[in-house]
Design a protein around this ligand. Structure first.
Ligand code: EPU
Length: 336
């Protein structure tokens, strides 16, 4: 366990914002977390639980306690003829879990390769990529109630998952701390390759198997998304907006080349990156905040940006997209 007063959060947010916290507390086990929750400084301060800070934007210093899990074990808890249940601690680096599964021939998770972050935050955020969302793999979530320190398990249904949404981001925000997640992985996985040109890319690189799918996805991500070590960022800054069929048809008649994904009979999803790109924001900057030149959905810290500078750029982009397409973009990144 580690308690750091007046901690710099610079190593704890991929946007590279130099915010401070009154205390940073890192714990190694459920028992340690329970002890912290009963003692100072936790009981008399505001709490913010973070993962590796890959989806956060600090607008100010954080007055209170920042908690971070270092629970990083991966354990097999059950096995049947078709699948394996793995329990991963909330502090496990997400991509380490994906790599572990692929190395052990366990599938279902490979499309989520190289997503930054840790297991706990992945379950809060319902991370997703290339046609897979983490909710598809989650069976049980183990938590500690912040107020009482008591254990509670959530089934997948109780998490009320939707696109980048869960009960831990909405009605139960801050009320439960995820300590581990149980995932079901398949021994003979059915590969999901129908996202845009994914299948073509995989075949170009070799055989259709777990390792090659993982390598292909890593290569696609590396070609589009900036490495936070060289340009601070938090992946997609906005969510892809979902619009009514009526709105979609009006837009499509004006922009026939507009990409879109079917959601239901009533709705379609439009890539926010395309909308922002159409408004000519790609590669542009305001002060130290910029729009990535290979993927317009990613805002970057060009060096020394403050949280407010990034938000200012985000607001200008929201304004342009609203003017041109009549669509309000919602941030996927959490403002703190
Ligand atoms: N596009 C443009 N210009 C751009 C960016 C995108 O025209 O600057 C077009 C692309 O050509 C493509 C479409 O928009 O037709 C979609 O682009 P892409 O495949 O890059 O995916 P996305 O919708 O922008 C989403 C997720 C990503 C995830 C990818 C792959 C959200 C908010 N983002 O991005 O997730 O990796 O799909 O599945 O849903 C994240 O959440 O941080 C993230 C990176």
């Amino acid at each position: 366990m580690k308690i750091t007063p007046d901690a710099s959060l610079l190593p704890y947010n991929t946007f590279g914002i130099n915010a401070m916290a009154d205390y940073l507390i890192e714990y190694n086990s459920v028992a340690e977390l329970q002890d912290f929750l009963k003692s100072e400084p936790v009981i008399s301060n505001r709490i913010l639980h973070i993962g590796s800070g890959s989806n956060l934007l600090f607008l100010n210093d954080f007055k209170g306690v920042v908690l971070h899990s270092l629970i990083n074990s991966i354990t097999k808890v059950n096995e049947t003829s078709g699948s394996v249940l793995l329990e991963a601690g909330s502090g496990v680096i997400w991509d380490d879990l994906v790599a572990y599964c692929v190395e052990n021939g366990l599938g279902g998770i490979e499309n989520l390769s190289l997503i930054p972050g840790e297991v706990g935050a992945a379950a809060v955020q319902n991370i997703g990529a290339y046609g897979v969302e983490v909710q598809d793999l989650i069976r049980t979530i183990k938590t500690i109630e912040t107020a009482s320190g008591l254990e509670r398990e959530f089934s997948t249904a109780e998490c009320r998952y939707a696109y980048r949404e869960s009960v831990f981001k909405s009605s139960l925000k801050g009320k439960y701390i995820i300590t581990s997640v149980i995932f079901e992985l398949q021994k003979q996985p059915e590969f999901k390759l129908n996202y845009l040109h994914l299948e073509k890319e995989v075949i170009k690189n070799g055989e259709v198997n777990l390792k090659n799918i993982r390598q292909t996805i890593i290569a696609i991500r590396e070609s589009k998304l900036p490495d936070p070590k060289t340009a601070g960022n938090a992946g997609s800054f906005f969510m892809n907006p979902v619009v009514s069929k009526e709105k979609f048809r009006t837009l499509q008649s004006e922009f026939p080349q507009m990409p879109h994904y079917y959601i239901s009979e009533a709705e379609e999803k439009i890539p926010a990156g395309w909308l922002i790109d159409q408004c000519s924001w790609k590669g542009k900057s305001i002060g130290n905040a910029g729009v990535h030149d290979k993927q317009a959905l990613v805002l970057v810290n060009r060096g020394g940006a403050t949280g407010s500078e990034i938000v200012h750029l985000a607001e200008q982009i929201q304004h342009s997209v609203k003017e041109r397409f009549g669509i309000g973009l919602q941030p996927e990144v959490n403002y703190i």
